[in-house]
Design a protein around this ligand. Structure first.
Ligand SMILES: Nc1ncnc2c1ncn2[C@@H]1O[C@H](COP(=O)(O)OP(=O)(O)OP(=O)(O)O)[C@@H](O)[C@H]1O
Length: 462
């Protein structure tokens, strides 16, 4: 392709996909050559290659063809792939280090990817830099960073768990990215538990179990996301157990994530559960207001380049951080929608526009948890009578659950301390404050209390 043609191609792409898409996805592509109907582009990451392949592959072919080139396929090659660290993923479709868009025969893509042992579909946005740290996730972040240094294995496995959308996958990807930078010599394998199972079943079907075992035993760092997926799947668990043991025996690092603590994963064999608990188990707590605000602020910074002209009124971020407390994914989605909407209608992001644009999200997160509901749940959980919890008895058996309930009331409702005190048999607000503080202290020193709180919170928010 001549320089003129290349210029025309770039202009046409810009016109068609718009400035934001162009900057994010097309500009990073470096045209390499066209040979035998295959146009090759160098891309900085697999993620960009995969994304462009899926979303703009046909368009690229169309534009190149309209400039007089004969192109049937587009091929993406990760720049410096020879020197790049080996981050591999057994997923067939999504994770090819080389993505291809093939117009006439989609089958070719599958076959090419399979033969090449696809690379991990790491999300380029999920790095430590973009991970906002607050009290609820500081321990998980610190543990992840330690593992990402790639030094001697000090805890094995690292087990990260937490509710939906609290950043488990983000941290896992961040570890993988960081390891790529610091220890390109290491063979890092990141995959979801579902992909592990898929790969295992495929190996069984194709009678390639030896290859499967070899692949999994040859990695230096194994990262398995959403391990609860293999609960109840006996043969997959069995194989996972052997893989796990083989790697631990070789002192290879394992990092696991799940939506709950190892002990709570039903349908998981006891021996696996206890293995999972052997290393460091860290919990990503539900976000608090400060963390949510920090995340929103950091996202706004990212949007600034995409929407340079948008004006954001004071108080909007605080309002969102206060009102949307479900999970970070919902929070992010709300902000994305708000920015896109405001840019479309060309208006400032005021409180009014926010309420209009996000009315459904705001309504959905409106569900209020009552003090009574909390008291009932906590009494059930500790197997005591509601009347004993609210009543005057000071026995430890009743006092601790009472403090737990007070703590949850403070956390999950907007009631003031005096109001909470009134509903706990007319206690003074200083008693409530003392109870809340006591539980706050115990949460970091007493694993059982931390677990109780998490279980109760989930049950109440469900
Ligand atoms: N502390 C944080 N800082 C910045 N972004 C965050 C943070 N926590 C979560 N996110 C963002 O929230 C979204 C959801 O996070 P992620 O996919 O990692 O959640 P998850 O815990 O793996 O959820 P699931 O249980 O659904 O798999 C992602 O876009 C992620 O970047």
């Amino acid at each position: 392709m001549t320089l003129d043609q290349l210029g025309a191609f770039q202009r046409e792409m810009l016109e068609t996909v718009g400035q934001n898409n162009y900057k994010a996805w097309i500009e990073p592509l470096e045209f390499a050559d066209i040979q035998d109907g295959v146009a090759t582009f160098n891309v900085p990451t697999n993620f960009i290659g995969n994304y462009v392949s899926q979303n703009f592959g046909d368009l690229l072919i169309h534009k190149l063809t309209s400039l007089g080139e004969t192109v049937q396929r587009v091929h993406f090659r990760v720049a410096n792939s020879a020197a790049a660290p080996r981050v591999t993923s057994p997923s067939i479709e999504t994770a090819a280090p080389v993505s291809e868009t093939v117009r006439p025969s989609p089958q070719t893509r599958l076959e090419t990817s399979k033969a090449e042992l696809p690379g991990a579909p790491l999300d380029a946005r999920f790095t430590f830099d973009s991970f906002v740290v607050g009290k609820p996730n500081e321990l998980a972040n610190a543990a992840a960073r330690r593992v990402a240094e790639g030094g001697p294995v000090s805890f094995n496995p690292l087990f990260l768990y937490g509710g939906v959308g609290l950043g488990k996958t983000h941290l896992m990807h961040a570890i993988a990215w960081e390891l790529q930078n610091r220890r390109p010599d290491l063979n890092v394998l990141y995959l979801s538990a579902e992909q592990f199972m898929y790969r295992f079943v495929q190996a069984l079907r194709d009678r390639k179990m030896m290859d499967f075992k070899e692949l999994f035993r040859s990695v230096d760092v194994l990262m398995v996301d959403d391990v609860q997926f293999i609960a109840g799947k006996d043969s997959t668990q069995e194989e996972f157990f052997h893989t796990f043991n083989a790697l631990v025996d070789q002192n290879k690092q394992i990092i696991i994530s799940a939506d709950r603590a190892p002990g709570e994963i039903k349908g998981m064999e006891d021996r696996i559960r206890s293995r999972l608990q052997c290393g460091l188990v860290v919990d990503l707590h539900p976000t608090d207001y400060e963390l949510r605000l920090g995340i929103l602020q950091s996202k706004v910074e990212q949007y600034r380049s995409q929407y340079p002209d948008l004006v954001l009124a004071d108080g909007v971020l605080e309002f969102l951080a206060h009102r949307i407390s479900t999970n970070v994914r919902v929070l992010e989605g709300a902000l994305t929608r708000l920015f896109a909407f405001a840019s479309l209608v060309g208006r400032e992001i005021t409180m009014e526009l926010t309420q209009d644009c996000l009315s459904d999200v705001l309504r959905a997160s409106e569900r209020k948890i009552s003090v009574e509901e909390i008291q009932r749940r906590v009494a059930e959980h500790y197997n005591i009578r509601l009347s004993d919890m609210i009543g005057p008895k000071r026995l430890r058996n009743f006092a601790r659950p009472r403090q737990v309930a007070m703590f949850l009331c403070k956390q999950l409702t907007s009631r003031s301390l005096p109001e909470i005190g009134r509903r706990f048999g007319g206690r003074d607000h200083t008693t409530v404050m003392h109870g809340v503080r006591r539980i706050e202290e115990l949460r970091s020193s007493d694993g059982q209390i931390a677990e109780d709180l998490e279980l109760l919170r989930r049950a109440l928010e469900a």
